[in-house]
Design a protein around this ligand. Structure first.
Ligand code: NDP
Length: 295
């Protein structure tokens, strides 16, 4: 099965690595071409010169870009996907996108006989490397069945969320919860540090108690206490996800002040820490505001 893959970023690159083998025939395109060349040196894949060239012969096209805006750009740009995508093919968008844009892309592709599913992932770069991502997809079941082997090559828990856009909605809310967890854990540990309780002792108790979360069990011990702060998932992308959840909430008339406040805090953090900062680095802002270090 011929696959065209667009976007070899932090999560796209390890996803693509699972598709660079039989029974797949992989062609990759990346905006910064050196990354695609490097990928082809290490994997069985052809490098395309343009998005159009990457999808021309493909039965399945995968996009994995920062947001739906970039998906729109590679669809409509010069030498974009739309110029060359084959009737009867399926576009799987692994971007954590936004539901309205995914629905409009699906409608546009549908008019050309191309199917679309939104299929954002969770599990981080570690899950992508081990091929054990959770995939939450939106779209038609008959379309999914045609591409199931492709998604199973990198996903372990694969869940149908509903019609097109539902995968994006679920992903945005999941990540809004992640953002709330990071900020709340950092604030709680800042209080305790000020109160003279060692953060490691505090985590030992919290992680055996009802206040625990993936943030307290994994992110803070592995990334904050160690001061390692590895860059695996950009804060800018998490800020984008909470923004999607906030807009969705507003559109639906839901009352979600905690998510709104978290969106505001991450927006400020993005401005302060920049586009390359990792999502967990928001903890540094809480530390600075409170004059403590969580270590
Ligand atoms: P990165 O920022 O690491 O990579 C983004 C990719 O998109 C790169 O290949 C980049 O190309 C390309 N790109 C950016 N802008 C454009 C553009 N205008 N036109 C064409 N290509 C462009 O992001 P991730 O790989 O981390 O994330 C991809 C998606 O997956 C996001 O929606 C993110 O929210 C989601 N995600 C990420 C996770 C993670 O742990 N990193 C976990 C789960 C979901 P170039 O190399 O030239 O910059």
């Amino acid at each position: 099965m011929k696959i065209g893959f667009i976007g070899l970023g932090d999560i796209g690159e390890p996803i693509a690595s699972h598709l660079a083998k039989e029974p797949f025939e992989l062609t990759v395109w990346n905006r910064t071409s050196s990354k695609a060349d490097e990928f082809a040196r290490n994997h069985q894949a052809r490098v395309a010169a343009t998005p159009a060239d990457a999808v021309r012969d493909a039965a399945v096209v995968i996009t994995c870009l920062p947001s739906s805006a970039e998906v729109e750009a590679v669809l409509h740009g010069d030498n974009g996907i739309l110029e060359a995508i084959r009737k009867g093919s399926v576009l799987i968008d692994c971007t954590s996108g936004d539901p309205p844009t995914s629905r409009s892309i699906a409608a546009e592709l549908g008019g050309r006989g191309v199917e679309f599913i939104d299929a954002p992932v969770s599990g981080g770069t570690a899950g992508a490397k081990s091929g054990t991502l959770t995939v939450m997809w939106g779209g038609d079941t008959t379309v999914f069945e045609r591409v199931r082997p492709v998604i199973e090559a990198f996903g372990k828990k694969i869940v149908h969320a509903g019609p097109v856009g539902s995968g994006d909605a679920l992903k945005a809310v999941n990540n809004a919860l992640l953002a709330v967890h990071i900020l709340s854990a950092a604030e709680g540990l800042a209080i305790l540090a000020k109160a003279g309780v060692d953060p490691k002792v505090a985590l030992d108790v919290i992680n055996a108690s009802s206040g625990r979360s993936n943030t307290s069990e994994n992110l803070i011990p592995q990334r904050v206490i160690t001061r390692a702060f590895p860059r695996t998932f950009r804060l800018a992308l998490l800020e984008k996800d909470i923004g999607i959840a906030s807009v969705l909430s507003e559109d639906l008339g839901a009352k979600t002040p905690l998510i709104a406040l978290t969106a505001e805090r991450f927006h400020e953090a993005r401005e302060k820490l920049g586009e390359r900062a990792d999502h967990v680095e928001v903890v540094k802002i809480v530390e600075e505001e409170n004059g403590v270090e969580i270590k």
